[in-house]
Design a protein around this ligand. Structure first.
Ligand code: SF4
Length: 314
């Protein structure tokens, strides 16, 4: 009908192009074999996107992901498939990742069977092995996910991820939904598994206090950029970037009066319209005129300690 056609034309004319969000910008992060790297920042800073890109779940629009020096995009499909198994992701909500109609036995066996990692005749011992690794008695394998507590469900997820024999785990807020005492148990399990299975981790969290216990190195992210990167000891003893200092102020301490820094104020700006210059300048207590115009480059402020702040040039 002409009326409808006119309306449609108007609608098409009025439709605005979708806004472009640069969830990640100029990110350069290396993770060595056997290392645990903590990736920390507020909700919406891009850390989960980076985790998904590294895990191969999301493709970057630009840039490269190198695995043992090889560009992941240039691998053959068989190599990509192998790499997909070597890299597993563990998410925040364990229940969402588990099919409620499947028993734990089925949940753990599903992927190794599909990928030809275990023989049907060895199913029982295969599943039992991964249940034991995640701290379960194998007699629990006929239960359904709803019969477990939150912490146990996350351990089922860990067993499931391990069952495809990965080398690298990307843990995205994997303990954030758990009670503090259960968080400690799951973190201890991650550390134990690292030693037993020679695993490498990217541990994504909004909580610097959580990554302190598990990481060798920490990268701090703000609005899509890594603003500081150093060993966990350096980050806690000599934080350089004002944003890292503000995050440290939020880590619970036995003697809170000994805090050296102020917590961050205000909200994270929208990634749709990030502030010009240093993205942190509207919230930074040390912001200078230059910070409003110029993006600071990352540079080494101590051996293997990188930070992006103009204060380092003063
Ligand atoms: Fe603060 Fe300026 Fe450093 Fe950014 S560059 S963190 S605004 S002092």
């Amino acid at each position: 009908k002409p009326d409808l056609a006119a309306k449609l034309a108007l609608k098409l004319k009025l439709a605005k192009p979708a806004p472009v969000v640069h969830a990640l910008d100029d990110v350069n992060l290396s993770i060595r074999k056997g290392e645990v790297v903590g990736l920390v920042g507020e909700s919406g800073c891009g850390k989960s996107t980076l985790g998904r890109v590294i895990a191969g779940i999301t493709s970057p629009t630009q840039g490269q992901i190198l695995w043992e020096g090889e560009d992941r995009d240039r691998l053959s499909s068989a190599q990509k498939h192998t790499l997909g198994l070597k890299t597993q992701m563990i998410f925040q909500n364990p229940m969402a990742a588990l099919n409620p109609r499947m028993t734990v036995d089925e949940l753990i066996w599903e992927a190794p069977y599909a990928h030809g990692l275990g023989k049907r005749s060895e199913r029982s011992s295969y599943v039992d092995e991964y249940l034991r690794l995640a701290g379960f008695d194998p007699s629990m394998k006929n239960r359904f996910p709803h019969q477990f507590s939150g912490g146990q469900r996350q351990r089922v997820n860990i067993a499931r991820a391990l069952a495809v024999q990965p080398e690298f785990l990307v843990c995205d807020e994997s303990v954030a939904a758990l009670d503090v005492s259960i968080q400690a148990q799951v973190i201890n399990l991650f550390m134990e598994l690292r030693d037993r299975l020679d695993l490498t981790y990217l541990f994504v969290s909004h909580d610097l206090g959580v990554v302190e216990h598990i990481s060798d190195r920490v990268a701090i992210m703000y609005l899509g950029r890594i603003v500081e990167e150093a060993s966990v000891e350096e980050i806690f003893r000599r934080p350089n970037h004002p944003y890292t200092q503000a995050l440290l102020a939020e880590v619970p301490r036995i003697e809170p009066e000994k805090r050296r820094f102020q917590a961050v104020k205000g909200e994270l700006p929208s990634p749709l319209n990030p502030p010009k210059g240093c993205h942190f300048h509207p919230r930074c207590p040390f912001a200078m005129e230059r910070c409003k115009q110029e993006m600071p480059a990352r540079r080494e402020v101590a051996p293997a300690h990188l930070s992006a702040c103009h204060l380092n040039d003063v």
